[in-house]
Design a protein around this ligand. Structure first.
Ligand code: PLP
Length: 407
């Protein structure tokens, strides 16, 4: 820490310089880490909300009653998206992100299993599931078993059936998966969970704000939400395709009594009752209120038209990639996410070259290739992107052997 105070201009100038070293979050040259819409008015609204709630705390719902009431309205809005019946007290909570939502769901499943006498409950999740499930198993001392994928990169239901044991407390299904963008057979996996009397968590962290609107646009989307019998808990990130800054996700349960397994209460410390719905103690209020505001602002129609834009951008990218010799789209992605592989082109070499040109594509390991998660703002650059990929492939680069990084 410096001894004497620094001037504001000095600090901001330095931060501007340092920010310039990292990729521009608005430039639509990044994939997955940020979700720019290219619609300035949405970001202006978020900035205005942040200005009002920047210093608030969502820890104590009794001190900030109105803030807590906005949070309940937000959870109910998200519930309608998932076809969950509305409640005065919604069964679940807002969290800081997909990982925390998943942790809370896995913890709830563990509690239910332990109440049935299972000492070390097991999570059964597709091999394509997000690392958050392995993290939950690590933190909560549970076992973690992967369901192999079928030829279409979906969880193999027969394999899942053979892997379920009396210790399995939850079966996970992706709606849809991060590595390949495919929807798992949710109804079949939930049916298996129902047969075994265990939980089924649907990970709609990516798909939660995409699939309902593809359905509204008339796409044939297999059922994946609370309309599917056996689905017990769903995680949905508002800080992805809900278009709010990081720090907003929801975890919702089918059963009100299960939601009551989530909060932590404590009063043995000399400062009264302390209660939290999830992992965090003090919580930033701004992302929660911004989530409420953006959902109010866009409404179903606004989200649907953004998904329509994303759908046409994805189709353009898909057609562009298919036209490049040697490149192949992996599986049958359902949303704006493409995994690309090749048996003739070194795609890590292509990624290296693109990175030198300021395109930050992600890299998959299975199958080896590129990973592109589109945001609405990519509509502004999609032709340029296809040209850049085609140009890089034409150079037949050889990768520097850099270890693929998770985005
Ligand atoms: C399918 C899926 N689930 C969960 C997560 C975790 O979300 P977060 O990074 O917000 O913790 C991600 C993140 O990419 C994801 O793609």
């Amino acid at each position: 820490m410096n001894q004497t105070p620094r001037g504001v201009d000095d600090i901001l100038t330095q931060l501007d310089e340092r920010r310039g070293i990292d990729p521009d979050v608005h430039g639509a040259h990044l994939f997955g880490l940020v979700y720019p819409t290219g619609h300035e008015e949405i970001e202006d609204l978020v900035r205005s909300v942040y200005d009002r709630y920047l210093f608030s705390n969502a820890l104590n719902p009794l001190r900030f009653r109105e803030q807590a009431s906005i949070e309940r309205e937000l959870l109910n809005s998200i519930s309608t998206l998932l076809h969950r019946e509305l409640r005065a007290v919604p069964p679940g909570s807002m969290t800081s992100g997909g990982t925390e939502s998943i942790l809370m769901s896995m913890l709830t499943s563990r509690s239910r299993a332990q109440a049935r006498g299972i000492e070390r409950p097991m999570i059964l999740a597709p091999a394509s599931a997000h690392p958050a499930y392995a993290k939950a198993a690590h933190l909560f001392e549970m076992d973690f078993v992967q369901i192999p994928l079928d030829d279409g990169y979906r969880a193999d239901v027969d394999a899942a059936r053979s892997l379920v044991t009396d210790e399995t407390c939850v079966i996970v299904a992706n709606a849809y998966s991060y590595p390949h963008g495919v929807l798992d057979p949710v109804a079949e996996l939930a049916g298996l969970a129902l047969e075994r009397g265990i939980d089924c968590h649907v990970d709609a962290c990516i798909g939660g704000f995409i699939l309902p609107f593809l359905e509204e646009l008339g796409e044939d989307i297999p059922p994946w939400d609370f309309r599917v019998e056996g689905v017990t808990t769903i995680s949905v990130d508002v800080h992805k395709y809900g278009y709010v800054p990081k720090g907003a996700s929801a975890v919702l349960h089918r059963d009100d009594s299960w939601a009551r397994l989530q909060p932590f209460f404590y009063d043995q410390w000399g400062a009264g009752l302390y209660a939290t719905p999830a992992i965090a103690g003090a919580r930033a209020a701004a992302p929660i209120i911004a989530a409420w505001a953006v959902i109010e602002y866009l409404g179903r129609d606004g989200y649907r038209s953004l998904v329509e834009e994303l759908r046409s951008t994805t189709a353009r990218l898909r057609a562009g990639i298919k036209a490049i010799e040697g490149l192949e789209i992996v599986g049958d992605p359902i949303g704006p996410l493409l995994a690309v592989t090749s048996s003739t082109v070194d795609l890590y070499g292509v990624a290296d070259l693109l990175e030198e040109q300021g395109w930050y594509l992600n890299r998959n390991t299975d199958p080896v290739g590129l990973h592109l998660m589109l945001s609405p703002a990519h509509r502004l650059v999609v032709d340029e992107l296809v040209e850049a990929i085609a140009g890089a492939v034409a150079q037949r680069p050889v990768g520097r052997g850099e270890v693929p990084r998770y985005s």
